[in-house]
Design a protein around this ligand. Structure first.
Ligand SMILES: [Mg+2]
Length: 256
């Protein structure tokens, strides 16, 4: 099999806790030297893609920030497609400032976009305001469907837990902007001008990377780094299982 482009997860696949996952930078450099198109995708929104690119550069890997896609970029793509500013954004101002169309609505917005509850001043009135927007017909969108995450201080509630609460009280399913939903993959393929059968998706997380790639229709590769735990490949079988990112070269005839 021979593919033309790659969609590669960042955390746990290329990079983890501020350092390279062994061999991954060489793999990316090889793609760059062979001019093989790729995009790096991440569900992280706490850093902008520019900050991610700067962090990677400080560790020795140069990737243009335009090659890094996160749920905020997916959201920008969506807002530009629908040409709407009628949304209520839940998240800190430094994330909201990354949106290409600023929010502008009178009365009730058409969309409620949940991004981050940790870095805002959260209170009952805000929760009830979101609830009332949903009751008045706003559609729910969210950057994440994860219930919690592991921080240095221990487990913390993630945006997904609030998303699920508002799905229940708003009686609707949220549109999710991050993996495993298809929007990030759609943006990546659109930017590279490829069809689904031409692209490989690689990641360390079966529940986001492999589930998302398979549901979208991409050839999925699970790498045994980062979040990978033994027998993960049984939960959601990938098309290919590799030990290290570099192994994909030999398994998919990239070097031929
Ligand atoms: Mg990962």
């Amino acid at each position: 099999m021979k593919f033309k482009g790659y969609v590669i997860d960042l955390e746990g696949t290329i990079f983890q806790n501020g350092s390279e996952i062994l061999g991954s930078f060489n793999f990316i450099r090889m793609l760059q030297s062979k001019k093989v198109p790729f995009r790096v995708i991440t569900n992280t929104v706490s850093k902008s893609t520019e900050e991610m690119a700067t962090l990677l550069k400080s560790c020795g890997l140069e990737i243009p920030s335009s090659y890094i896609l996160n749920p905020i970029k997916a959201l920008n793509y969506y807002l530009e497609e629908i040409q709407s500013s009628s949304y209520f954004f839940v998240g800190p101002s430094y994330i909201q400032s990354q949106l290409s169309i600023p929010p502008d609505f009178n009365g009730n917005p058409k969309y409620v976009i949940l991004c981050d509850f940790e870095k805002i001043s959260l209170n009952y009135n805000l929760l009830n305001q979101i609830f009332s927007y949903l009751l008045n017909g706003a559609s729910l969108m969210s950057t994440s469907y994860s219930d919690f995450y592991l921080s240095k201080e221990g487990y913390k509630l993630d945006t997904g837990s609030f998303t699920k609460m508002f799905e229940i009280v708003g009686n609707q399913k949220a549109t999710i902007l991050g993996k495993p939903s298809s929007l990030l993959y759609e943006v990546a393929l659109k930017q590279m001008c490829f069809n689904k059968h031409e692209v490989i998706a690689i990641g360390d997380d079966v529940l986001t990377d492999i589930k998302g790639a398979k549901e979208f229709g991409l050839f999925s590769v699970l790498v045994k780094t980062g979040k990978y735990k033994e027998h993960d490949e049984i939960k959601i079988p990938p098309d290919l299982l590799i030990d290290r990112l570099e192994d994909v070269v030999y398994k998919t005839h990239l070097s031929s």
